[in-house]
Each structure stands twice: as structure tokens, then as C-alpha cells.
Design a binder for this molecule. Structure first.
Ligand SMILES: [Zn+2]
Length: 145
């Protein structure tokens, strides 16, 4: 919905941004589509996420593709919800990595971003699990570790 304050969204709202290039890769204009689907950093993270979640490597052309990724294929409801959670967590961690670099000058590697995705996903599952306790070992059963 273009509500995330990327450079292109801020420019369309009338702000002047001098540095309009994606800070993660410095290759293209920063936009939602670029940061979450086309940026080489995000492509690297999504590749690790697909292996981790045991889903075929996927190609995303828009943010909508990400939001609807969990509904593609034949999965049980719990697996769809888990995949959706991992996708949203990954988007959140990518956005945080972008902000950390843009505002604090601290660059995160693909591996560091992916590590944070795993940890944040674990806490997300742990606190959203409907039945009983959810421990690290339970997450390891769901995904490749
Ligand atoms: Zn980029």
C-alpha cells in the first residue's frame, strides 16, 4: 500500500531525498518492491529462508507475491500460518537492517539478517503458539537448522 517510508514513497509525498539509492546494495532506487524482492541482499536472505523452511526456491516480483506466498501450493493450515509468519518476520528484519544501515551506518550481512530472522521467528512462534509450550527444538523440527 506504499505506506512504508521508503525513499520513493517519501518523494511521492513531496519530500526531497538527496540519497535515493538503496543503501543495502547501492544499485537501484529504494522502493518497497526493490528492498523486499529485487535487492541482492533480500534475494540472498529469501534463498536461505526457502531452504530453512523446506520450500522450493521462489522468485518474487512484488511485495504482494511475498504476502501471498504462504497460500501457494498444498500445505496444511498450520504450515501456511507458520510460513506466513516467517515471511512477515523476514520483511520486518530486512526493514530493520535497512534502517540500521541508513540511520546508524551499521551494515548487516545476509547471514546476520538470516540469523535474526530465525531468532525473531522463534520468539514469534513461542508467544503465538496456541497449545502448550513451544521450544527451540520444536522450531528445529519444522525447519532445516
Ligand atoms: Zn538494494
Amino acid at each position: 500500500m506504499n505506506r512504508i517510508p521508503t525513499v520513493d514513497a517519501l518523494c511521492s509525498r513531496g519530500m526531497t531525498i538527496i540519497d535515493d539509492i538503496c543503501c543495502l546494495c547501492e544499485e537501484d532506487l529504494e522502493s518497497v518492491s526493490h528492498i523486499f524482492s529485487a535487492c541482492p541482499i533480500s534475494v540472498g536472505v529469501w534463498e536461505k529462508v526457502s531452504f530453512w523452511c523446506r520450500i522450493p526456491r521462489f522468485f518474487i516480483f512484488s511485495f504482494r507475491d511475498l504476502v501471498e506466498l504462504h497460500s501457494v501450493g498444498d500445505r496444511e493450515k498450520a504450515d501456511r500460518e507458520a510460513l506466513h509468519g516467517v515471511v512477515l518476520t523476514t520483511c520486518w528484519v530486512l526493514w530493520k537492517a535497512r534502517n540500521k544501515l541508513r540511520f546508524n551506518g551499521i551494515r548487516s550481512s545476509v547471514e546476520e539478517i538470516f540469523s535474526e530472522v530465525r531468532v525473531v521467528s522463534f520468539f514469534w512462534f513461542k508467544h503465538r503458539a496456541k497449545k502448550g509450550k513451544f521450544e527451540w527444538e520444536d522450531l528445529c523440527k519444522f525447519v532445516n537448522m
